[in-house]
Design a protein around this ligand. Structure first.
Ligand code: 13P
Length: 287
């Protein structure tokens, strides 16, 4: 069932668990994540970056594929199709393409401009039944060519953006995209607690879910994080399983070159990591 992410995330805040956003890149990715969500009776958010959207030939293709898969695979758990780190124009394209949720990442604009653009998009999204995520304090690391410095969001700025009526908010708390460096200082729970105090029950989003230790994930959830984004970890699992298949020479045996065989171990590996994350986040049987 394609839905906006509002209800599933409000339920997550109330139930003190988080829903995973898993980024998709192609049909195998989408199929693996949808299957895992259904098998575990978990709500799920499919994240699409602008780069991944382009790779899949455009947001319309993605939207059509996801809707058709939900139908053909008999997916009954709540699924949100969400633009990840959207530009202003990207948000409008996804609204038109039939996404059920968008993130407007105005974190690199001066706060006044972030506010103006976010308010406008909140209005449009809500008129059309989509949920909208905003971001304060850029998330560190690199994602699809967008490089952030890993800021700690100012809780007062978070409050300003929250008051615009966004449905959930990404606040930088030292988290970064991709692998964490050896000398990473960890999440800033004081900043998280302060933000939570100011914004009340609005669901908070933790980006850069790859490689954050389980105890930090649990603490973040206890402090109001209700959506956790995971991208790199699925890529690493896919890569490792595919590498093993090739290194074992399986592509050279019989019809092992058939893409349906070649991509199968990677697809299965995505299912394994997605299930692991759903267990850690506590979203199993919460559909
Ligand atoms: P990772 O790639 O670090 O898991 O981050 C994903 C993310 O935050 C997508 O917005």
């Amino acid at each position: 069932m394609l839905v906006s992410a509002t209800e599933m995330l409000n339920k997550a805040v109330a139930g003190k668990y988080a829903v995973g956003q898993f980024n998709i890149n192609n049909l195998e990715w989408t199929k693996a994540i949808l299957m895992t969500a259904q098998e575990n009776n978990s709500p799920v958010i499919l994240g699409v970056s602008e780069g991944a959207g382009k790779y899949m030939t455009g947001f319309k293709t993605v939207s059509a594929m996801v809707k058709a898969m939900i139908e053909e695979m008999n997916i009954t758990v709540p699924v949100a199709l969400h633009l990840d780190h959207g530009s202003y124009d990207g948000c409008y394209k996804c609204i038109e393409a039939g996404f059920s949720s968008v993130m407007f990442d105005g974190s690199h604009f001066p706060i006044e401009e972030n506010i103006a653009k976010t308010s406008e998009l909140v209005k449009v999204c809500h008129e059309k039944g989509l949920s909208i995520e905003a971001e304060v304090g850029s998330i560190g690391g690199e994602e699809d060519g967008v490089v952030g410095a890993g800021e700690i969001a100012d809780p007062e700025e978070c409050k300003k953006i929250a008051d615009l009526g966004v449905d959930f908010l990404a606040a930088g708390i030292g988290n970064i995209h991709g692998k964490y460096p050896e000398n990473w200082k960890g999440l800033d729970f004081d900043a998280l607690a302060k933000t939570k105090e100011l914004i009340g029950n609005l669901p908070l989003v933790l980006h850069g879910g790859t490689g954050i230790p389980a105890d930090m994930i649990k603490k973040a959830i206890s402090l109001g994080v209700a959506k956790i984004n995971v991208n790199t970890e699925c890529q690493l699992y896919f890569q490792e399983a595919t590498r093993k298949y090739i290194e074992a020479g399986k592509d050279l045996e019989g019809k092992g070159f058939d893409p349906r065989k070649l991509l199968a171990p990677g697809t299965e590996a995505i299912k394994v990591i997605v299930k692991e994350k759903m267990e850690l986040f506590g979203s199993i049987n919460k559909a």
